[in-house]
Design a binder for this molecule. Structure first.
Ligand code: F6R
Length: 264
């Protein structure tokens, strides 16, 4: 795991954007895994700016979502698909047909019970994820793999914890009852299949879960800790999110002396 600690959310977004732009310059037909939530928003904004400046194209790129609420009507402003469309996909040249997400909209028993396996097939069909952007929940989740999720899990339906629903209520006018209880999420093992994982963490509320993920024991009680098993993880955190890292000074030193030839 490479841990990079930067001054604030802007610097985190700038570096994350650079990593994605560099990947697409090397491999324009990459498969990008997109997380939703507040953390990657600035990165998406910067990608849009870089696209408008003619520095990056998504015309050959495929984008796959990490998760989706279950039971919102298709087109709901807070569905993760709509969220990514509004803040990113519709603002760049990503073809509409190249954006995929788990189908949490059709909640018939037949559809919802097969939505996970259908999404796994889709991920296989597109050739797997080249770069997966991740945030981390205040309870240490990645995707919506809440505490207790199997580290061997694949895409399936999960129940959100009250802590996560409360955290997400801000997207639903602070109406807790409006936050869906269920989601379809890539499993921990699904996430670990991506070739490069880019975990972004900003703000003091992420300090404890980030320390658990990077330095704690690998445990289903904090599913981001499973990233320790992946051979290519880049963690980009700001100072506030890094305060509980025992080896923060060492990570800073390592990055400061990173050889110029060594890309992320
Ligand atoms: C979102 C997702 C979640 C979020 C996490 C952090 O697609 O899978 O794991 O990344 O809940 O959310 P924010 O960034 O809003 O703090």
């Amino acid at each position: 795991m490479e841990v990079i600690i930067l001054s604030g959310p802007e610097a985190v977004a700038e570096l994350a954007t650079d990593v994605i732009v560099a990947l697409l310059a090397r491999q324009p037909d990459s498969v990008l895994g997109l997380a939703t939530g507040s953390t990657p928003m600035q990165t998406y904004g910067r990608l849009v700016d870089r696209h408008r400046a003619g520095e990056v194209s998504f015309a050959d790129t495929t984008a796959v979502l990490l998760d989706e609420y279950v039971g919102l009507p298709a087109g709901h402003a807070q569905s993760y698909r709509r969220f990514i469309e509004r803040h990113f996909a519709e603002l760049v040249d990503l073809p509409e047909a190249s954006l995929h997400g788990p189908d949490g909209f059709d909640i018939s028993v037949e559809a919802i019970s097969t939505a996970g396996s259908r999404y796994e097939e889709l991920l296989q069909r597109v050739g797997g994820v080249d770069l997966q952007i991740l945030g981390i929940g205040s309870d240490g989740h990645i995707g919506f793999n809440e505490p207790g999720s199997s580290l061997g899990s694949r895409t399936r339906m999960k129940t959100l914890t009250d802590q996560t629903r409360r955290a997400n209520a801000r997207f639903f006018d602070d109406q807790l009852d409006a936050v869906p209880r269920h989601v379809l999420t890539q499993g921990v093992a699904t996430i670990l299949d991506a070739r490069h994982l880019l975990l972004l963490a900003t703000g003091a509320s992420k300090a404890e879960p980030l320390a658990g993920a990077v330095e704690g024991p690998i445990t289903a009680m904090l599913t981001a800790s499973a990233l320790q098993m992946h051979p290519h993880v880049t963690v980009i955190a700001d100072d506030s999110a890094a305060t509980s890292l025992q080896y923060g000074g060492y990570y800073r030193e390592t990055y400061r002396h990173k050889p110029a030839w060594q890309s992320l």
